[in-house]
Design a protein around this ligand. Structure first.
Ligand code: G3I
Length: 372
């Protein structure tokens, strides 16, 4: 089992000392603690009552920049055995996304009635803690309830989709400020046509416009996003998304932004992939852009220290690029490595026991006011 409380303040200080962020107790000349053990996480490693994360608050730094800095959350938020989850979330993030609770299967598994309880708990907790909520996601080919697949006609599915969007957005009006209205509608196939889904196959390509129109009618104040993956840099898929949203704007469809998921690994080269040029072309259309699901997997079989440094560099480069185009948000897809959807790749900025990783320090450095 990993011993942690004795080393925590020292470790955090050492991690952040080169950043000159005013970390209390960042004295030089001490020997760093031994490298952390592999990420086997006994539940007993979590000690209630200790401070969350670091002396530096990423949330405070993001607030000062007016940047939405968020994390996706799941059931762990309400786990009484994991108080550090909520503590870390509240200390370091000013925005929250439900990792799964607002998906169609989560809210509308029974065709006759919505089940808002769990999503309401996440939203109300966030609002109470002064955090902005991103809604994720209204129309997606994945995580659909079985009843959607039984629908046979365009008219019926269009009505069902509109009813779903209207019901969900209306319910959260005033509490959820932005929505991923349509998620991952562009395929990875050559030429990147729209992806096969019940919506495309039965309604046709205009399901996208119709979903946005329904969301806008239900909450005219909400910012409405198209969201996708492998679109972070300049490539054929991001070209396809660009044409998609440009066409929507020409048609007068109420779309306000594009989300770039940024599920990456340590081999990703932010500059080489031309992420800035890609984001900028969407900004030039008058759209907001956000990095919506950021995580950076470590590559297996390589020395850990190098991989953690490379992970930090990818986070740093991505946030720097995001800020350079005045992005509206930067959201990590989870809070802490141990319950990430890609836990094996340890892709987040807090480790299995909520200690900040080098990637945390890299983000803190990027968010720090100029000259600090
Ligand atoms: O909650 C059930 C549980 O009751 C059941 O026993 C268990 C058995 O498999 O499944 C649980 O649901 C799983 C859910 O995550 C909660 O853990 C689903 O099977 C599983 O499919 C679901 O995976 C999620 C996935 O989206 C599909 O919805 C991941 O957690 C989530 O991180 C992932 O997030 C997506 C974004 O929404 C869109 N972009 C890509 C991203 C990663 O795939």
């Amino acid at each position: 089992m990993r011993m942690r409380s004795v080393h925590r303040p020292l470790k955090t200080a050492l991690l952040l000392a080169p950043l000159t962020l005013g970390v209390a107790g960042a004295g030089g000349g001490t020997t760093p603690p031994a490298a952390p053990a592999p990420p086997v996480r006994p539940a007993s490693a979590v000690q209630p009552g200790r401070p969350a994360g670091s002396a530096v608050s990423l949330r405070a730094l993001a607030d000062a920049r007016g940047l939405l800095f968020g994390a996706a959350v799941n059931h762990t938020l309400f786990d009484p055995n994991e108080p550090d989850y909520a503590r870390t979330l509240n200390r370091h993030f000013n925005a929250v996304v439900a990792e799964n609770a607002m998906k169609w299967a989560g809210l509308h598994n029974n065709r006759e009635a919505f089940a808002f309880g769990f999503a309401d708990a996440i939203v109300d907790t966030a609002v109470k803690n002064g955090q902005t909520v991103r809604g994720h996601t209204l129309v997606w080919h994945d995580s659909l309830p079985p009843w959607v697949y039984t629908i046979q006609t365009r008219e019926e599915l269009l009505r069902a989709m509109q009813d779903h969007v209207t019901g969900v957005v209306t319910h959260f009006r005033g509490r959820v400020r932005m929505w991923d209205v349509v998620n991952e509608a562009v395929s990875d196939a050559p030429g990147h046509p729209l992806r096969s889904s019940p919506f495309l196959n039965l309604i046709g390509p205009d399901f996208i416009d119709e979903a946005f129109r329904a969301a806008h009618a239900a909450d005219p104040d909400a910012k409405l996003y198209y969201n996708d993956y492998n679109t972070d840099g300049l490539n054929g898929k991001s070209d396809a998304v660009y044409e998609l949203v440009r066409g929507m704007l020409v048609r007068g469809v109420p779309i306000h932004g594009v989300g770039f998921q940024a599920h990456l690994n340590t081999d990703f080269d932010v500059r080489g992939a031309q992420v800035q040029a890609n984001l900028q072309r969407f900004r030039d259309l008058g759209l907001d852009v956000q990095m919506t699901e950021v995580d950076v997997q470590l590559r297996p079989g390589r020395p850990e220290a190098g991989e953690l440094a490379r992970q930090a560099a990818v986070y740093r480069d991505l946030l720097r690029t995001c800020l350079s185009v005045k992005c509206a948000g930067f959201v990590t897809w989870g809070v802490t490595d141990f319950n990430s959807w890609r836990a094996g790749g340890r892709p987040l900025i807090f480790d299995d026991v909520y200690d900040p990783k080098p990637a945390f320090a890299a983000l803190a450095q990027e968010l720090a006011p100029p000259g600090r």
